[in-house]
Ligand binder design. Sequence first.
Ligand code: PEP
Length: 251
Amino acid sequence: MRVPFIAGNWKMNKTARESIDFVQEVADKLPAPAEVETAVAAPALVLQSMVAAAAGTPLRIVGENCFYENEGAYTGEISPAVLKEIGVNYVILGHSERRLYFHESDEVINKKVLAAIDNNLLPIVCCDETMGRQAAGDKIHWVVSQIMADLRGLTEEQMKTVTVAYEPSWAIGTGQSASSAQAEEGCYLIRQTIADIYNDELANHIRVLYGGSVKPGNIAEIMAKPNIDGVLVGNASLEADSFLKLANYQN
Ligand code: PEP
């Protein structure tokens, strides 16, 4: 049984004070983690205080990025070992904004995924897709090649720690979600690729999320699809009220 996973991605959008206020506001209104797992990803600077604020609540805390080395001469980078040390549970890797603005390649993302797992962080690996590729009918090749490259060399045991997110760039932050059928198609493709590389059992174990303009009004339809195990949500995760509606989508 794959437990539904509702994860917010705040990007660079909240102050430290706002982040703590949010955690305090949602903490006792979240579903039981065995029924629906909930998490928010926040900028590195506020993670430690968020971990403290969320202690004893169901809310998991997620890093938005990490580097592929634990220490060294890498000015400005975020150590996966330190994320783990301060109590972070998950880390988003390969988000389309990291690929676009920070030129992260699949090779770099693969190294980051391996480093995160080495440090007992649970990676949420994002797989994007542009409108141009969708229009050119290149979607299958693009999604499959990203998954193969980003997860290259992971053992079956390591794969069990991974969550994958299908996030078409044309749906991110645009207010224009993929239809539930398009979202299901992308998530199915990712699961099928994992089955092809590994096996059906592993593919059925792994959670695949959809991300791209999910909101309280469309989450139920998206979550009803068989290959979608959760959502990664930007804008609609920023307000506590909206996040709580997403987290409690089953009610
Ligand atoms: C995201 O940033 O991963 C995302 C899906 O953003 P939004 O929900 O705003 O489209």
